[in-house]
Design a protein around this ligand. Structure first.
Ligand code: F6R
Length: 620
């Protein structure tokens, strides 16, 4: 949540910052602002609303200079107003700060600073950081330190962050040091882009694209001092560090909309490619199994595993549920799927033979990161199933599997879900093959997986039918999503997609569980979406469908091509290709993603930037 960007160099900072903020806007879009060092000091422009509104403000009131910081906000403390927008000013304009994270002890610090005469203008936690640094600066100047010396600024920042509790990624400018930008990180991501005579600071690699392909990923408790000619990196405990400069994969970090109207639609349609990327190089035909490069465990260690814990949030948690069904079925290993926000505080018993996976698209979700750290603290190596290369979880995990799905910008996760399911299928295959699964069964799974990109491509044929269904039901206030077995997590995911982007109340349920309560919601105005492809439980789901029909609930069925009886029972049918039951989630998720998208459009909602949400949830 919140994106920060910074620039020191020779070019027009405002232009670079604005472009960076557009790329970071998925992290929050309550307000946007920049501060640029100009001839007359630091000019601040900030505004509640989207980055485009900030751009309009800058047309009327340009900010000219070649050093600056910027911020796009997801409000945590204080409403989404102009005054609460970042950057925030400390002291009498001595310090200007942008911040991503949460300062947990801000109230105590604020009291102390107010007692000392600092005047607060906003209700944010960030303003505390700005005043705190200004205060430390003032103390150092009283002791005779030179405010135009970089060392004084660095000492003031170091002294300030020592007393902060919580999380932060910070970008800091000083009134008396025009060519200086300081960045600091604890718990919120921060990267530095290395250019020629210029440096970039950002919450992720997006703002670097097109400017440089050299990137440094900061770790927690690191502080970076940037001037146009130099980068100095220090760690709170180990002191001076040599930055590890890595090559940024420009194509992987790029996120252009192309021919599509929205990122969500683009990402839905990318799924044949993203599934292919998830499988690439991981199918071992000779051994009829899956192979992974970076799991960092021997076969002997993996064979000893007798329990798997999958921890995640939101959509990634739903893919974890599919993973539970897959691993238990293929490998007969008991699996638990834990909400990371619960797991991190629960003292769950974990034996030496328990394997823990954190599943995350962004690799920055605060709860998932904390759950991973908690299990590592207890001595358990934890693997990540992650999309964003170089993200905190990817770097801190003891090993892992990347999704290679490319940037997911739409706030509603789509392609990451299906890629996670594909990777979990590979993992289940691998675990199965080092246990009891036969060579022949392994081969069959491989050939079915290999066909998936083409199958997904065919499933887009349902889009017209989805549009008709959306047209018919977009005015409904409530929806039920029902499925069984592998399609129960898909029902949960379909309901989540609908509610997050169309603001319609939707509940996902195991189809048979519905009669234990939710069936009371059924009436002629509450559509039920039944995910009912052909599988062993087809007749059972059909009985559940009849139960809803008997109560006059409109029925939308997601069924397999060739199912010629479903139309007699459902009001509307959306057909998808017929695949093995364990691969159905990848196929049946697609019409549900499209349905949410089309309904949200008809209701006039902002599909890519739904209210109250942000793409990376980096606060607890
Ligand atoms: C829903 C959605 C969220 C995320 C959740 C976890 O469409 O995007 O529920 O799935 O915030 O995010 P990651 O996977 O980045 O850890």
């Amino acid at each position: 949540m919140c994106g920060i960007v910074g620039y020191v160099g020779q070019r027009d900072a405002a232009e670079i910052l604005l472009e960076g903020l557009h790329r970071l806007e998925y992290r929050g879009y309550d307000s946007a602002g920049i501060a640029v060092f100009g001839e007359n000091g630091i000019a601040i422009r900030k505004k509640a609303g989207r980055v485009t509104e900030l751009a309009q403000l800058l047309e009327r009131q340009p900010a000219i200079g070649s050093v600056g910081i910027g911020h796009t906000r997801w409000a945590t403390h204080g409403a989404a107003t102009d005054i609460n927008s970042h950057p925030h000013v400390g002291g009498n304009g001595d310090v200007v700060v942008v911040h991503n994270g949460v300062i947990e002890n801000y109230a105590t610090l604020k009291d102390k600073l107010q007692e000392r005469g600092y005047v607060f203008r906003s209700s944010t936690d960030t303003e505390v950081v700005a005043h705190l640094i200004a205060h430390q600066l003032e103390e150092l100047i009283k002791l005779g330190d030179d405010p135009t010396d970089v060392k004084t600024a660095v000492t003031a920042v170091e002294a300030s962050i020592k007393v902060l509790k919580g999380t932060y990624g910070l970008g800091i400018l000083f009134r008396d040091l025009p060519g200086l930008l300081i960045g600091a990180r604890a718990g919120s991501p921060l990267v530095v882009g290395v250019g020629k005579g210029e440096y970039f600071l950002a919450s992720d690699s997006g703002p670097l694209v097109g400017h440089t392909s050299e990137i440094v990923y900061l770790s927690d408790n690191e502080l970076v001092v940037l001037t146009p000619d130099e980068m100095k990196l220090t760690h709170r405990d180990s002191g001076k560090m040599v930055p590890s400069i890595q090559v940024l994969d420009q194509a992987a970090a790029d996120s252009d909309l192309g021919e599509f109207e929205h990122y969500m639609l683009k990402e839905i349609y990318e799924q044949p490619t993203t599934i292919e990327n998830a499988l690439r190089g991981r199918l071992d035909d000779d051994a009829a199994t899956a192979k992974f490069g970076d799991v960092n465990l021997t076969v002997q260690q993996l064979r000893r595993i007798d329990r798997v814990v999958l921890t995640a949030c939101g959509t990634s948690w739903h893919s974890g549920l599919v993973g539970e069904y897959l691993i238990e079925e293929f490998a007969r290993i008991p699996v638990e799927v834990e909400y990371a926000s619960e797991f991190r505080y629960r003292n769950a018993p974990l034996s030496e033979t328990t394997m823990i996976f954190a599943i995350t698209q962004s690799g920055e979700t605060a709860d998932t990161l904390a759950a991973m750290r908690e299990s590592q603290r207890k001595g358990h190596s934890t693997l990540a199933i992650c999309n964003v290369v170089g993200s905190t979880i990817a770097r801190e995990a003891d090993g892992g599997i990347y999704l290679h799905a490319g940037p997911e910008i739409g706030v509603a996760s789509t392609k990451a879900f299906t890629s996670q399911v594909a990777v979990l299928t590979l993992l289940a295959l691998y675990f199965g093959r080092i246990r009891n699964m036969s060579y022949g069964a392994g081969q069959r799974i491989i050939s079915h997986l290999r066909a998936m990109p083409e199958t997904i491509q065919r499933s887009f044929a349902c889009h017209d039918a989805v549009k008709e269904v959306a047209q018919k039901y977009y005015g409904a206030d409530n929806f039920l999503y029902l499925g069984r077995n592998y399609n129960f997590p898909v029902a949960l995911e379909g309901a989540l997609k609908l509610k997050e982007i169309s603001y319609i109340h939707a509940e996902g349920y195991p189809a048979a569980e519905m009669k234990h309560g939710p069936i009371a919601l059924v009436d002629e105005n509450t559509p039920s979406v039944f995910v009912i492809p052909r599988c062993g439980l087809y007749p059972k789901v059909m009985s559940n469908l009849e139960e809803v029909k008997a109560r006059k609930g409109p029925i939308i069925a997601i069924a397999c091509e060739g199912d010629d009886q479903i139309a007699r029972f459902a009001d509307d049918v959306i057909f998808v290709p017929d695949v093995e039951d364990y691969l159905q989630p990848i196929v049946t998720a697609i019409p549900l993603q499209l349905l949410a998208y089309e309904i949200a459009l008809l209701r006039g909602c902002n599909v890519d930037r739904p209210r109250n949400l942000a793409k990376s949830v980096t606060v607890e």
